[in-house]
Design a protein around this ligand. Structure first.
Ligand code: GAP
Length: 559
């Protein structure tokens, strides 16, 4: 991962936001390469899911033919949207703060998601003595007790165990039944939620953590001049709600009938407590969401269709099968309204081996969203919203009261559509494709010596630069011909012209940027107007007529 992060900075894929001021946690900027990569990913999604979607035929796995269209809604919406969606009341993480170092943590991270290595790493930083014990093979409980009573008080005064050493030692002795404690066992004991004085220590300093409390993830702002409660507004935490509240507008203004998918790409904001793992968990990020509206009787079939179709999309763009999994949620994991949810997860290199991180969720949402925006309350099976009351004791937030149901033009049946929601992260997708593309191999340098080559093996559709054009030398009319090619290709794709330095070095720079094709104008070009075209992955070079270059690159990119 360190190599990928370094490459992203070096080659202009990703920069920390406001870097010259020391950066701001959870915000990232895309550089010249990154902006193209992310745009290509979003374009591939829009093209494949919406624009080029075949709405005339029944696609394999689909119950029937369907339509797709898109919208672009605002980031700030009526606050009632968030009340009815449930975000105002329910969209929070449990958070714990450390009494000692004052840092904030997500409670679930402290309680288990923090891996042993992360925990040891943070302890190492702050409690050197303690980790020396961890590195010892085993030690007697008495030894541990002496360490706690004497040294630990100085080096880790906030460590939860120190506040009740007898209680802690009793648990240790019970757990190891008179034997010695291995380093792993000790960490497990400290890391397991045994309660009481053995409550989990702060992952940063080993200090006492306050009890978990709710922390809403929506960024709050105000519209207009007055910062009053009436003017309170929120930055959207998902693009989905813009689609639900426009469902009726789309149906009324178009000739679409159900089944219909409405898509949106846009920024979302979440005040994540612990943004981390590069762009994986950011506070500002982009989503690519589809809300697919269908008849309730068919919704389970559509759920399976979308789950499989979305999985295949990542594979088609070059993700390796062994790094991607489709994980169906257990019933206990499902949101209260959900009939089924599956996550598409990727083996990000910052995760321990065998662990996967979510790229996209595909959720069967039943009629929860449209019904909530109609009625503002949930049926008995669903969890009630904490409705705020106004000064007359009436609910302050209600549903829109608008009829968002659908009448089938052929059968005349009226129903509230069910929704299947494939919800993907554009930044997480970009990060996954960056990780997937990173490759090191051996290739000859300009002197014929084998060297390690860093190559970003992006799918040609995703590659930021599609082709680079080089004159072999900067004389003899070669630059003029190379520029002619460059200008012809530039009308169609992002291409790059480079005449500086040894040609081998120029190839390497393009390999590192993930450019699939390099075109070189050489001595022979001057005689017969042919050029070489080099393939990034196979390193194969073939000669082709320079006048057919636009067709050739087009053909290769479509493959
Ligand atoms: N409308 C449903 C929804 O928003 P989600 O699982 O919360 O579902 C969908 O988000 C996708 O958005 C995730 O799979 C992930 O790719 C992306 N995402 C969510 N939170 C993110 C964050 N803090 N940073 C980057 N991407 C995020």
């Amino acid at each position: 991962m360190d190599k990928i992060v370094a490459l992203c900075k070096r080659r202009g894929f990703l920069f920390q936001s406001s870097e010259i001021y020391g950066g701001i946690n959870g915000f990232w900027d895309y550089g010249p390469m990154g902006v193209e990569l992310k745009r290509n990913l979003k374009n591939a999604w829009w093209e494949d899911m919406i624009q080029a979607h075949n709405d005339l035929d029944v696609l394999p796995g689909a119950p029937e033919a369907y339509s797709m269209t898109g919208i672009d809604s605002t980031i700030i919406m009526h606050p009632q949207v968030w009340k009815c969606s449930g975000h105002y009341d329910l969209f929070h993480d449990m958070m714990q703060s450390c009494q000692h170092c004052k840092k904030l943590f997500r409670a679930d991270h402290v309680a288990g998601l923090l891996t042993e290595s992360e925990w040891v790493a943070s302890l190492k930083k702050h409690v050197v003595e303690f980790t020396e014990l961890k590195e010892a093979v085993a030690f007697e409980p008495n030894e541990l007790q002496r360490w706690l009573e004497k040294k630990a008080k100085n080096v880790a005064p906030g460590l939860a165990a120190i506040h009740d050493i007898p209680g802690f030692m009793e648990r240790i002795r019970t757990a190891v039944a008179g034997g010695s404690v291995s380093a792993g066992e000790l960490l497990q004991l400290l890391g397991s939620p045994l309660g009481g004085s053995l409550a989990l220590p702060c992952p940063a300093c080993g200090g006492l953590l306050n009890a978990p409390r709710e922390f809403n993830l929506m960024f709050q702002t105000y519209t207009g001049a007055l910062q009053s409660e009436e003017n309170m507004a929120f930055l959207r935490p998902e693009t989905a709600q813009g689609i639900f509240v426009n469902f009726k507008n789309v149906m009324d203004s178009s000739r679409y009938s159900l089944p219909l998918g409405i898509a949106q790409i846009g920024k979302s904001f979440r005040n994540e407590i612990t943004p981390r793992n590069f762009t994986f968990r950011s506070r500002e990020f982009e989503q690519m969401e589809i809300e697919f509206f269908c008849h309730p009787n068919q919704s389970s079939d559509w759920y399976r269709y979308w789950r499989d179709r979305r999985m295949q999309w990542y594979l088609d763009l070059g993700m390796r099968k062994d790094r991607l999994i489709l994980r169906e949620h257990e019933t206990s994991e499902l949101a209260h309204y959900s009939v089924g949810t599956a996550d598409i997860e990727y083996a990000f290199p910052f995760l321990p081996p065998g662990e996967f991180g979510e790229l996209e969720g595909i959720a069967h949402r039943g009629d929860f969203d449209l019904r909530s925006h109609m009625e503002g309350k949930l049926d008995e099976k669903q969890r009630p919203l904490k409705v705020q009351l106004n000064e007359n004791g009436q609910p302050k937030y209600r549903g829109s009261g608008k009829d968002l149901s659908y009448r089938d033009p052929i059968t005349n049946e009226k129903y509230i559509p069910h929704v299947i929601e494939p919800s993907a992260g554009a930044d997480r997708g970009t990060l996954a494709f960056l990780c997937e593309a990173y490759y090191e191999d051996q290739a000859p340098d300009e002197n014929g010596e084998m060297q390690t080559r860093v190559v970003m093996r992006f799918h040609p559709r995703l590659a930021p630069i599609k082709a680079a054009i080089f004159p072999l030398v900067k004389k003899d009319g070669m630059p003029e011909l190379a520029k002619e090619i460059y200008l012809a290709l530039k009308k169609h794709w992002v291409v790059f012209y480079d005449e500086k330095g040894a040609v081998g070095r120029r190839y390497r720079r393009q390999d590192e940027a993930g450019t699939p094709y390099c075109i070189t104008v050489d001595g022979q070009t001057l005689q017969d107007r042919t050029v070489t075209i080099r393939d990034r992955d196979s390193l194969e070079q073939v000669r082709i007529p320079m006048d057919g270059i636009v067709e050739e690159i087009g053909k290769r990119l479509r493959r």
